[in-house]
Design a protein around this ligand. Sequence first.
Ligand SMILES: [Zn+2]
Length: 166
Amino acid sequence: MEVLLRRQAQQLDDLEHTIADLQAAQTGQTPPAAPAGEAGPPFACGSLPEFVEAVIAPLYARHGTSSGGWCPSWWEHQEARVRLHAVWRAWESLRLDPSLGIARWLRDVADPQIDRLRDPDRGPFAACGDRHLQPPDLPLAPAPEGFWDGTAQNLSRGVPPPTSAL
Ligand SMILES: [Zn+2]
């Protein structure tokens, strides 16, 4: 019973950190690092900009005539802030595994996320070049009045949304 309670307390703590991470990633702010001895060791990097400067920029350095699918003002892109924040948090955890941690981080986290960000056709930096160019948000059309009321009620009962909503 005590083990179960301890596990649930840890899960709640993890969830609170995840929520703080997502909020921080969306606002571009740095979440508070987990205090030493409470929820794991302290972070090696104190902020997302520090992580990008110390780890990502030198690791993914490339020769080229332009910024090569990177935006010097990466922090202006919400998608980059969220993805790089996820890469940072995974690195903070996986770097502690001395055997396969970094290999797994590269394979499962960093390479796919950085490749996605630097994709010359679909990445958020595609139009930036050597200077930042803010991409437009996805276009959104308002749903008909009452649409979400019925959908939300159906979803709470386990009924899938109408195909027209997909
Ligand atoms: Zn940019």
